[in-house]
Every structure is written in structure tokens, then in C-alpha cells.
Design a binder for this molecule. Structure first.
Ligand code: OAD
Length: 270
């Protein structure tokens, strides 16, 4: 889908004029890295009902009654993340730090902005590369190879006997008892507290920025979805990049992140 040159130019001017820039991303920025989004066709919540899989109470119940279903869900989530590489959008977003004071605020839990080289990243829904205590305090980081090993082990858990015991064994690098108490993946589920200190910092960044570039999010899940509106209330320009969702933006660049973000960064900063 070709981008209208005038719209690209308008967006580039707003980006260039920003002393402080926030890039706010959702699942769409990682779609071209092979990680499914949540709500598009074939998205996670189409295959796995969120009331069962997006809350801790639903997950615990599923673990007890249908450990095979939980293993299937976890493997479907972890495998694409474990093997993903940053795409052209992540790389172009990382380049922004060379041109202005840019902060990435992401709802994604895949670590791809850091892998692309972004230094200032707020992960408001946490990360699968972090293991935390029950109250969300950091316990340790996970390496990508450990995530690959967990996902391969989960694949073997989906059939055969003693599935709950084997599920817990597969998850032991990220879930269960540790010498520092109970540990769990450092991701935010529905009804859970936002990841701190990232969430508090993200709200401050949104209030202080001059422009916010919103990439690949349906903007449906609060409180994260309030950030573009918060930035706009405080005087920021809002530019969005998405094939379908304009969001509350001044300028909408319609298209895929991997194609549009590099063109925008090029148009703004050369
Ligand atoms: P969604 O699945 O709700 O939205 C993905 C967005 O990406 C949609 O607007 C798509 O149009 C867009 N999109 C798809 N492919 C794209 C591409 N190649 N380039 C650019 N955009 C593309 O995902 P999120 O908005 O991230 O939270 O979802 C928000 C939160 O809901 C997630 O963080 C997660 C989920 O439930 C929790 O689990 C707490």
C-alpha cells in the first residue's frame, strides 16, 4: 500500500520538530517478526479465549483441569517470541535515538526493541525475559536460549501421562519455588498491576513529550491505551502507523510497520 507523500511529509515534520519523542508500540510492530497479534485474524485471543488464558485465575484453573491446553497456549505464545528477530520497524525506531531524545513505551513482552538497539524502553506489560516474585519484584533475567528450551519442553508436555507435573517441570526456569520465594513470568495479565517502575515512567514520558508515534496497537486495553490521549492533552502531536486503526491521531500513516516506520524515519531525519 503506497503512502501518500503529503501525509508522510506532514508526519515527518511533526517528528523532526519534537525535542522529546515517545514511540508507543503494540503487537503490530512485531507482527512482521512472526509474532501473532492478539485481535487480528489468527490472533492469540481468537485461538485462546482471554477469559481462560489472559488472567491468573483462568490459567490456574486450566492448569489443573486441562494442563494440555495450558501447555499448548504457553507454547504458542513463547515459541514465536523465543525465535523472533527484530524487523525493519524495530530497527528504524532504534535509529531515532541518534536524532532526538526518544523513549519507547511498549505493551509487548518480546524484548525486540532492546534486541534492535533501543536503550530507553518502558515495558508496561512486563517481559517474558524477566522472572519476578509474586508481587512483581525482579528475581532474574531469562536468556533467549532458556525461552527456546522451555518452549521445546512444553511441546513434549502436550500429550502422555502426568501432564501437570511435566508442565510444571517444563516451566521451572520461570515458574515455581526459588531460593528467593515463589517466582513467575514477569508479564502483566488482565486484572494485574502494571509493570513498575516502567508504568509510572511511561505516564511521565507521555506528559512531557512533544510528539508520540503510535505503532501497531488497537488501543483497546487500558490503562496503557490512555497514553496517546494523555500526550495529546499535554500538547503533543500524535502520529499513528497501522494498517487498519487510525487511533486518536493528528496524522495516520496507513500501512505495515516494517514498511512505513523506516520511510518515516528516513523522511524525517534522512
Ligand atoms: P492487538 O492485537 O489488539 O492490536 C494489534 C494492532 O496491530 C491492530 O491495530 C492491527 O491493525 C495492527 N497491526 C497488525 N499487523 C500490523 C503490522 N504489520 N504493522 C502495523 N500494525 C499492524 O494488540 P495490542 O494493541 O498490542 O495485553 O494489544 C494490547 C494488549 O492487549 C496487549 O499488550 C495484551 C493484549 O491482551 C495483556 O495481555 C495485558
Amino acid at each position: 500500500m503506497p503512502i501518500n507523500p503529503e501525509t508522510l511529509d506532514q508526519a515527518a515534520k511533526r517528528l523532526r520538530g519534537a525535542r522529546r519523542l515517545v514511540v508507543f508500540t503494540g503487537a503490530g510492530v512485531s507482527a512482521e517478526s512472526g509474532i501473532p497479534t492478539f485481535r487480528d485474524d489468527n490472533g492469540f485471543w481468537q485461538r485462546f479465549p482471554p477469559e481462560q488464558f489472559a488472567r491468573w485465575d483462568g490459567l490456574i484453573k486450566t492448569a489443573v483441569v486441562h494442563p494440555d491446553q495450558l501447555a499448548e497456549f504457553l507454547q504458542a505464545v513463547l515459541e514465536p517470541i523465543a525465535v523472533a528477530w527484530p524487523n525493519a520497524a524495530h530497527a528504524a525506531i532504534a535509529r531515532l535515538e541518534q536524532h532526538c531524545k526518544a523513549t519507547v513505551i511498549t505493551q509487548n513482552v518480546d524484548g525486540l526493541h532492546q534486541a534492535a538497539g533501543s536503550k530507553q524502553v518502558r515495558e508496561v506489560h512486563g517481559s517474558f525475559f524477566r522472572v519476578v516474585s509474586l508481587r512483581g519484584q525482579p528475581i532474574r533475567s531469562l536468556q533467549r536460549e532458556e525461552l527456546v528450551a522451555v518452549s521445546e519442553s512444553l511441546r513434549r508436555t502436550r500429550s502422555g501421562m502426568f501432564r501437570l507435573a511435566r508442565l510444571l517441570w517444563s516451566l521451572r526456569p520461570m515458574f515455581g519455588l526459588s531460593w528467593r520465594g515463589f517466582k513467575r513470568p514477569g508479564v502483566v495479565l488482565f486484572g494485574g498491576a502494571m509493570a513498575e517502575p516502567d508504568w509510572s515512567q511511561a505516564q511521565r514520558d507521555a506528559q512531557l513529550c512533544d510528539a508520540i508515534l503510535v505503532v501497531g496497537t488497537s488501543g483497546l486495553i487500558y490503562p496503557a491505551a490512555m497514553l496517546p490521549g494523555l500526550a495529546r492533552q499535554h500538547g503533543a502531536s500524535v502520529i499513528s502507523i497501522d494498517p487498519y486503526e487510525p487511533g486518536p491521531s493528528h496524522v495516520w500513516l496507513r500501512g505495515r510497520a516494517g514498511e512505513v516506520v523506516p520511510q518515516l524515519v528516513q523522511a524525517a531525519f534522512g
